[in-house]
Design a protein around this ligand. Structure first.
Ligand code: PMP
Length: 283
């Protein structure tokens, strides 16, 4: 494995950053999780745009142009000889003083790791997963915009730990007003009366790239899709449910908090979208 740090490649053991990096000290930085399929980087331009938007939102100036960053990502994939893999692109605030003042940091650190990801065992794509509602609420958008994909994931990690304690692989998070926001590392969709519904970014959802792809696939397949406020009641009484993410892709959800969703097995629209998504990434 060859890891890119600020323009140079290092072996896994030698890839190191400063203990004074504010990415480590404060979770001060932004990142992207990206997939390579068959040697091609999926939706790279969208990931780069989101990374730079996140950075702009936290006043972090990435020391490279978008084009250079895109070439660096493609270069790292080639350098590793990767066909199918997961790319973690990280930009931290850089090394600074022990205080949290970002102006003490010299230059942002750019890291590209090309590895593997297998978030969920394969069989779950056919049989679906059960999830739980976390007691941990999503940080309100009024406090931190969920569209910022920052290195500070403690809120989601606490919810993920709850999922694990409940014996589930993922948890759905509500916002402080009780509406569904998203899962700890995935967006969520339900199917009701033949139409897709998914929470709004203003209710705490990341503007997921897989979410967008599913919305496009739905439009192309004449399936209605709206972004709207959803409650736990909507989830429990949905005909179908699935989650989306770069790592997870499209994963059916067959149970939430001990309630079966629909018929308790992956629904027809979900299966259709899983198939369409597989074709899309292979294009
Ligand atoms: N929500 C959160 C909190 C995430 O971290 C992610 C990415 N793993 C997603 C949603 C899904 O976004 P994307 O489809 O862009 O990977």
């Amino acid at each position: 494995m060859k890891i890119y740090i600020d323009g140079t490649y290092h072996s896994k053991d030698e890839a190191k950053i400063s203990v004074f990096d504010h990415g480590l000290l404060y979770g001060d930085g932004v990142f992207e999780g990206i997939r390579a399929y068959d040697g091609r980087v999926f939706r790279l331009a969208e990931h780069i745009d989101r990374l730079y938007a996140s950075a702009t939102a936290v006043a972090l100036e990435i020391p490279m142009a978008k084009k250079e960053m895109a070439s660096a990502v493609v270069g790292a994939v080639h350098e590793n000889g990767t066909q199918d893999g997961y790319i973690r692109l990280v930009v931290t605030r850089g090394a600074g003083s022990l205080g949290l003042d970002p102006s003490s940091c010299g230059k942002p650190t750019v890291i590209i790791i090309v590895g593997d990801i297998q978030l969920y065992p394969k069989e779950y794509y056919q049989k679906g997963i059960r999830i739980v509602t976390a007691a941990t609420r999503r940080i309100p958008p009024e406090c931190l915009d969920p569209r910022i994909k920052s290195l500070n994931y403690l809120n989601n990690i606490m919810a993920k730990a709850e999922a694990r304690r409940a014996g589930a692989l993922e948890a759905v998070m509500l916002n402080t007003r009780g509406y569904v926001a998203e899962c700890t590392a995935d967006n969520i969709f339900i199917v009701k009366d033949g139409r897709l519904l998914t929470p709004l970014p203003s209710d705490g959802a990341l503007d997921g790239i897989t979410r967008r792809a599913v919305q496009e696939l739905a439009a192309a397949g004449d399936i209605g899709c709206i972004e709207t406020a959803l409650t736990q009641y909507d989830l429990y009484t949905a005909d179908e449910c699935f989650i989306t993410g770069t790592g997870a892709e499209v994963m059916p959800v067959i149970g939430i908090d001990d309630r079966a969703i629909g018929e308790g097995k992956p629904g027809p629209l979900t299966l259709r979208l899983i198939d369409a998504y597989r074709k899309l990434v292979a294009e």
